[in-house]
Structures are given as C-alpha cells and as structure tokens.
Design a protein around this ligand. Structure first.
Ligand SMILES: *Cc1c(COP(=O)(O)O)cnc(C)c1O
Length: 485
C-alpha cells in the first residue's frame, strides 16, 4: 500500500478532465459570489477520480473494529452490535423525522422513548430517566448538576465529592466542573474501597460519593450497602457510574444497592457502535428524591397520547439541543426487545464467564491486580514482565501483530503496568483461546527475543508514534508548507 498522504500524491493540473464541459452556460462561483467570500488561498491536491477513490478505500481498510477483530478494550465494552439495530434505526419513519415536527406526527418515536424508559426503570429500579446526555461523561454532569441543585434548594452547605482512587477520570472531572472539591479515597489491598478511610472522609460537607460497581478493577464492591448508609447519613447522594453495567444486567440493580442517581452508557452496554466520539447516549436515572430536577423535556403519556413534558419543577434545564441522540435510543430499544428478560442475565453471566476464563488461564503468568474474582473484566498487572524488561505498553503493541486491538493500558492508575481486558459476552471460546495463546507466546518471547517485542508492531503502516507530540505540537499546516504555500 502507498502510505503517502494525499498531498504527497498530487500532480499539479491533474484531474479527471475527460468529462464533457456543460454546454448550458453555467456561471462559475467567482461570477456568482461576492469577491470577499472567495477563497483563493485554498490549496487542494490534484488527483484523478480513481486515485482519490483508491486513496480513501485503502485508508478505510486500515480501520479496526469489532466487526473485523477481537477488541478487548477494557471499560469500553466493545461488544458486537447486532446489525438489526442498524436496520431499525434507519427505518424511514425514524430517520426522516425532524425535532420541530408537531407531537401528533411523531407519536411512534415518543412511544419508543417512553417504552425504552419503562424497561430501563425495571432493569435499574430507578424512578425516571432522561435521555438528553450524549455520552457517559455528559450523563455524569447531568446527574451531578441535579445533586448540586438539590443541595442548593435545600440550603445545605456541601462542597466536596468523594471518589475512589480507582475511579474513571470522568468522575473527578465531573465533580470539578460542578465546582466541588474532589476528595480521593484509597482502595484497600483487595482493590475495594477502604471503609475506614471512607468513613474518615465523609462529613456533612459531602455532596455525593461517585462510584462505579463493579469498579474499574472489574471487582464488585461488596460493602456497597454500608457505603450507601454512610453517605446517606451524612446527607449526601450516592452516584452510580453505570458505564459498565454489562455484568449486572438482570442480576441486580443500583436501586437495591442504594444508589440515588445513575447513568448508563447506552452506547456501551446496549449496543451502539462507539468510539472516535461517535454518537452516544448517557441515560440518566434518578430515584424519587431527584425527580423534580431532571432535565426537560421528559416524555409523558396521557389519554393514550405521548407528549413532551416541560413542567419539571426544579429542572436543571437542557444539556443539549432537543432530546438527545435518538438513533442510539432506537438501537438500545431494539437490543432490549431482542434479548428480553431471559437474554439480559445471560449477557451478564457470559461477560463475567469470559473475563474469568481469561483470568484463570493467564494468572500463573501475569499477575492480576486483585485476587478477588472478577466481574466483566480482568486487570492484569504486568510487573513480572516489566522486571524482565518488557512493559505493558510493549505487550499491547505486540498484540497488534496478532491482529487484536490492545487492551486498555495503564488504567486504573492504582494497578502497576496495567492491562485491562474486557472480552465481552459476544466472543466465542476460540477467540478467547487465541488471545490467551498470544499472551502466553509474548510472555515466552520476553526470554527468547525481547527486541522483537520492543520493535512491535511489525505489520502496521505506522509503528510507535510519539503520543504526546501530536497533542502538544499539532502541525495542522503541514500540507501547505509541503507544497510551498
Ligand atoms: C466509558 C466510561 C465513562 C465515560 O463514558 P463516555 O461515553 O466515554 O463519556 C465513564 N465511566 C466509566 C467507568 C466508563 O467506562
């Protein structure tokens, strides 16, 4: 494959110029538009049509996706997204509606939102949901803005939010964006929240404790009821980061664990293709305490008619335009209806089984971050490999040569040389065995030929990149400089 960028493939003056010129007196843009709007400095490459097609088709073939290969990127839940979801989301009645249409003409879409909410309420035990947030992180912001407004109205002086040291980075970020001081509580040696340290940190100034369960080490917080009691006694809320809800589906729910406000990543657990900032939906659920604070509008039903309800007493307002990423809601609804009550717990069980299968097969070779049994993902701590000169990063890069996406690296921060593996429920045993075998081969290669691992990946057009440089020194005018502009 020719790996040059398209600007390096340019030949001045080249175009697909055997196309007949129109003979009907069409005016050129510069005859039609005001002179000051014309961009004469635009530097575009000159190529024939076929060159352009080949350039972009070949680039597209470098894409890595769940539909091509194993993608065990922990915490991201890269499960297979059934194709029927796409078909249904593309139904013309869903695809071609406009947010400004009158309610009478979008009754079907409103019914879908209404029904989806009903199912999610049943699965989570929450009282109501808002679908406005476009991501998990925005869902957290939604939830914590409600918490903040609740405390403000009740005139309680809260200024702190507690997160465990294993928390996802979006949790402290959300707390800071809401103006709270973030207090980090250490985990114990098992990787769970240290209850003594938590009780020392909790006082009447704590607005909320933000938790994910299972936590980012893939472990179930066994003391969740005690934690819930502590924070509620202090007048705070218990926030549930439900981005990783996969292993709990149909097994237990956040309401039973004492959570007051939650978000679910519909694009993770409920099967919408995601990544690269693609469309998501953070479904935010609350119990009765926060009902009056939800963003509006909500979808209500009266006399067999669905309508947007803007009358939410203390609503935090809107998080974005209109009603959220509707097509993600269609996919989630299709997914839920297809699995049904019987399917959901099987998702949870198989996701957990797959992670523990990998853990059992590899734990004699790679340390695990905790000896507790895992839920949907397993975090390896590659310290034994590091001692032999190969880092978690090297192992991740070498896995690319085996045709697999690397696991999440160096997260959670509390695990040294972490590789966080989330196989999801949709992978078969052969694929898991292939991954396990690759991990064992790499472990052996550390003794036989470590340089080969350090030089990995071997078969990609781009090898190891300077990950910091692209962010710190973006050179966006590179192509212009190249052609002397
Ligand atoms: C993915 C994830 C988030 C953030 O979700 P986005 O949709 O990427 O904003 C938050 N918490 C946890 C635990 C996650 O895994």
């Amino acid at each position: 494959m020719d790996n040059r960028v398209i600007f390096d493939k340019t030949t001045p003056g080249r175009k697909t110029n055997y196309i007949k010129k129109p003979d009907i007196g069409i005016k050129k843009p510069d005859e039609l538009l005001p002179q000051e709007t014309l961009r004469n400095d635009l530097i575009l490459p000159s190529l024939g049509e076929l060159d352009v097609v080949r350039h972009y088709t070949n680039l597209s073939r470098l894409n890595f996706s769940v539909d091509t290969n194993f993608y065990p990127l922990g915490s991201c839940t890269m499960k297979y997204n059934p194709k029927i979801n796409e078909e249904l989301a593309a139904l013309c009645g869903f695809l071609n509606i406009h947010p400004y249409q009158p309610e009478e003409s979008i009754q079907g879409a409103l019914e879908l939102i209404y029904n989806l909410e009903k199912i999610l309420r049943e699965i989570t035990g929450m009282s109501r949901f808002s679908f406005q947030a476009s991501s998990g992180a925005q869902g957290e912001l939604t939830g914590m803005l409600m918490v903040r407004k609740y405390h403000k109205i009740n005139k309680s002086k809260k200024r702190k939010v507690i997160v465990p040291d294993s928390s996802h980075g979006t949790n402290p970020a959300t707390s800071s964006m809401c103006g709270y001081e973030t207090v980090v509580v250490e985990s114990n040696k098992d990787g769970l929240i240290d209850l003594d340290k938590l009780s020392q940190a909790i006082d009447n100034e704590v607005a909320a404790v933000m938790l994910t369960n299972p936590n980012t080490l893939g472990l179930f917080e066994e003391n969740i009821l005690a934690i819930s009691e502590m924070v509620h006694k202090a007048g705070g809320f218990l926030y549930y980061d439900g981005a990783n809800f996969n292993p709990l589906l149909g097994i237990t729910n956040p309401a039973l664990m004492g959570f007051d406000v939650i978000h679910l990543n519909l694009h993770k657990t409920f099967s919408t293709p995601h990544g690269c900032g693609g469309p998501g939906a953070g479904a935010v659920g609350v119990n009765d305490k926060l009902l009056d604070f939800l963003p509006c509008p909500l979808v209500n039903k009266e006399d067999e008619k669905f309508y947007f309800n803007y009358k939410v007493k203390h609503s935090i307002g809107k998080l974005r335009a209109f009603y959220g990423n509707f097509s993600v809601l269609v996919r989630a609804y299709a997914y839920l209806l297809r699995l049904g009550k019987e399917g959901l717990p099987r998702v949870a069980q198989n996701a957990t089984l797959n992670a523990n299968y990998i853990k059992a097969k590899l734990k004699n070779y790679y340390n695990t971050a905790s000896s507790k049994s895992s839920m949907h993902e397993v975090v390896f701590s590659c310290v034994k490999q590091k001692e032999r000169g190969i880092s978690a990063l090297d192992i991740a890069k070498r896995l690319i040569d085996y045709g697999m996406h690397p696991p999440t690296m160096y997260f959670p921060l509390i695990a040294k040389e972490a590789l966080m593996v989330e196989p999801t429920e949709t992978e078969n045993k052969e694929t898991l065995d292939y991954f396990i075998e690759a991990m064992l081969k790499i472990n052996k290669e550390i003794d036989d030929n470590p340089q080969n691992i350090k030089d990995a990946p071997h078969h990609t057009p781009v090898k190891r990149v300077d990950e910091v440089k692209a962010a710190r020194n973006p050179d966006l005018r590179w192509q212009c400089k190249k052609i002397g502009a």
